[in-house]
Design a binder for this molecule. Structure first.
Ligand SMILES: C[S@@+](CC[C@H](N)C(=O)[O-])C[C@H]1O[C@@H](n2cnc3c(N)ncnc32)[C@H](O)[C@@H]1O
Length: 304
């Protein structure tokens, strides 16, 4: 798997945190084993290890620096990038993207978090992903409203939670647990920091857990749950996640809803286990950085 500069820089920090936890620096981390691999489940941000305010802004600066280095390492792409930026400066699409970014920053400021921005998958060092972008909040609320009257007490699982925007929105609803799984260590660190900040001010949130691991190995909740996917990955990664879900439902039948926003590939959950509903009435969201793509969503629900 390709590894970006950012990932190389962050990984040792994450490893140090894991070693400290494994060495018993905290009792709030929970180790578990699956298929011979050892994973760390972090039930809450861990004081002293996860991230200080300074550390969080350093992570953000490193992501920005990595973007610049990424372009400088590819001089052949520079003319296209310069042209794209000229076009974006003067086009209506560029103006809309800047307005959406400003709206996103206002949303972040109101909560004291950092969730705004788009980061290409290659820059995250992740193969088979569309990259990072937080779900526009009005769209998130609209999709949640379609299932929420039937999911009280369910777990909510965001596979590919990025900086945790959807977690912060879902935690305002009556879920038993809101769980985020994120493979990129820098985004995971920012998500932990965001959750910690919001939780300090709002004690009415559902419990939030964030795990720095691959969605293909994360053990699915044993009870009923809502699986949320904002186009996190494609191809064989998605095939594995979908197969693990259908296998899990066959061995342990339970109620599951899948909210799949902006699907790059639709067919993964087309299984007799699920009823499906197309969602075409998504609201216009002033924070939507990709409004021009006119995404749709699909909601699947187990039949039993
Ligand atoms: C489009 S973002 C969605 C962010 C978040 N769900 C939201 O709606 O605000 C997709 C995320 O999936 C993550 N991702 C990609 N492949 C992954 C994998 N195999 N396991 C876990 N996360 C992954 C990316 O790093 C990225 O942050």
């Amino acid at each position: 798997m390709a590894t970006s500069n950012a990932t190389q820089l962050y990984t040792p920090l994450t490893d140090v945190a894991k070693i400290l936890i494994n060495a018993g620096a905290t009792t709030r981390g929970l180790l578990f084993y699956e298929n011979g691999n050892r994973f760390l489940l972090q039930r809450a941000p861990i004081a002293g290890i996860l991230p200080s305010k300074a550390r969080q802004s350093r992570e953000c600066r490193m992501i920005r620096l990595d973007a610049i280095l990424w372009h400088l390492r590819r001089p052949r792409d520079l003319p296209a990038i310069v042209w794209k930026n000229i076009v974006l400066t003067f086009s209506s699409a560029g103006a809309a993207a800047r307005a959406a970014t400003r709206a996103g920053r206002r949303w972040d400021r109101a909560l004291g978090v950092d969730t705004v921005g788009l980061i290409a998958g290659a820059r995250l060092g992740l193969a088979k992903t569309g990259g990072y972008g937080g779900i526009p909040p009005l769209i998130a609320e609209h999709l949640l409203a379609k299932v929420i009257d039937r999911t009280t007490g369910f777990d909510f699982l965001d596979m590919g939670c990025g900086k945790g925007r959807m977690l912060l929105i879902a935690a305002r609803y009556p879920f038993a647990r809101v769980i985020g799984v994120e493979l990129n260590p820098a985004l995971y660190t920012i998500a932990c920091s965001n959750v910690e900040k919001v939780r300090k001010r709002n004690t009415n949130l559902a419990p939030i857990e964030i795990v720095n691991t691959d969605a293909t190995v994360y053990p699915l909740p044993p009870g009923p749950f809502v699986l949320f996917l904002y186009n996190p990955f494609v191809d064989d990664v998605m095939t594995q996640v979908a197969r693990r879900l259908t296998d899990s439902l066959k061995s342990n039948p339970r109620k599951v809803f899948i909210i799949y926003f902006a699907p790059a590939q639709f067919s993964f959950f087309d299984d007799p286990l699920f009823k499906k509903q197309e969602v075409h009435d998504l609201p216009n969201d002033p924070m939507d950085l990709l409004a021009h793509e006119r995404f749709v969503a699909r909601i699947y629900e187990t039949r039993s």
